[in-house]
Design a protein around this ligand. Structure first.
Ligand code: COA
Length: 263
């Protein structure tokens, strides 16, 4: 199991970093990969309640890689930390499968120093669902959930839940939806789909504008048809009045007018 996970991790670096030329290069030159190996070891010790030893291994890994992953964090398969310098992953973080982080990312608590004794063993770090990408320098804070396949822009600060598939940027992070939802489901190196990611509010306004213009056209058509129907009915009525004037009883032509209108 341990070695299968490691193999998958190497494959994930190959798949997600355009700069990775070979598996050997990943094994030798990727601090993110080294940090993950140390994490898998320290996490196994943490779960066996060898907590101090687990922390020592995690601190040694931090010394080597400048990536700090608390052994109590839960991390799924095919995890990639690209570059990785300055990444901090807190104790109660939960990370799904196929997640990618870049350098300088924090998965942290909102205020760990305030009443810290009341926060012991309480969930205070984020949960990242499968396929999440977190851009360089982003800070994801609090026991929030980042939905499956969501992307967090470089240097964003996220302290609220993000729904599935959303791209969020800025401080505080606000969501912007990718134009092509299929593209959001595929991994894109650096989390950047080529098509850009338009604002969902703008997209909704555009849709409403298109619907309003379709409705305006339809109303115009109906008005024109109503006018046509009205003018031909007026013509018929005029003819019938002329016939009545020539001696035909009124009751017959009025019924005929009614029939014509119904038709
Ligand atoms: C968030 C991200 C995935 C969006 O990429 P994209 O889909 O190509 O989006 P675009 O570049 O078209 O940007 C869409 C809008 O969001 C803005 N935007 C994009 N990224 C942003 C960020 N990190 N912070 C603030 N605004 C950002 C753009 O300026 C643009 O706004 P505009 O329409 O007003 O001009 C990408 O910009 C990003 O931050 N990726 C992380 C990359 C990273 O960490 N790389 C490190 C590699 S070493």
């Amino acid at each position: 199991m341990f070695f299968k996970r490691i193999q998958e991790d190497i494959d994930s670096f190959m798949a997600r970093d355009p700069a990775a030329r070979s598996r050997l290069e990943v094994v030798l030159c990727y601090p993110g990969f080294h940090a993950i190996i140390f994490y898998r070891l320290s996490s196994a010790l943490w779960r066996r309640r060898l907590r101090l030893l687990a922390r020592l291994i995690s601190q040694f890994a931090r010394l080597l890689t400048a990536i700090e992953i608390h052994p109590g964090a839960t991390i799924g398969a095919r995890f990639v930390i690209d570059h990785g310098f300055g990444v901090v992953i807190g104790e109660t973080s939960e990370i799904g499968d196929d997640v990618t982080l870049y350098q300088g990312v924090t998965l942290g608590g909102i205020a760990p120093s305030v009443d810290s004794h009341t926060q012991v063993d309480i969930k205070r770090h984020p949960t990242l669902r499968n396929g999440v990408i977190v851009g360089a320098g982003a800070q994801v804070l609090g026991p929030i959930t980042i939905g499956e396949g969501a992307r967090i822009g470089a240097n964003a600060v996220v302290s609220r839940d993000l729904p599935k598939g959303v791209t969020a940027v800025g401080i505080p992070a606000h969501p912007v939806m990718p134009r092509d939802r299929m593209a959001a489901q595929r991994f894109v190196a650096y989390g950047t789909p080529a098509e850009g990611c338009p604002d969902p509010v703008l997209a909704t306004i555009e849709t409403m504008r298109a619907q309003m213009s379709a409705l305006q056209n339809r109303i115009g058509e109906l008005e024109a048809r109503l006018c046509e129907a009205g003018s031909s009915a007026d013509d018929d009525a005029r003819d019938l009045r002329a016939d009545a004037h020539d001696g035909i009883p009124m009751s017959t032509p009025m019924a005929a007018v009614g029939d014509h209108r119904r038709r």
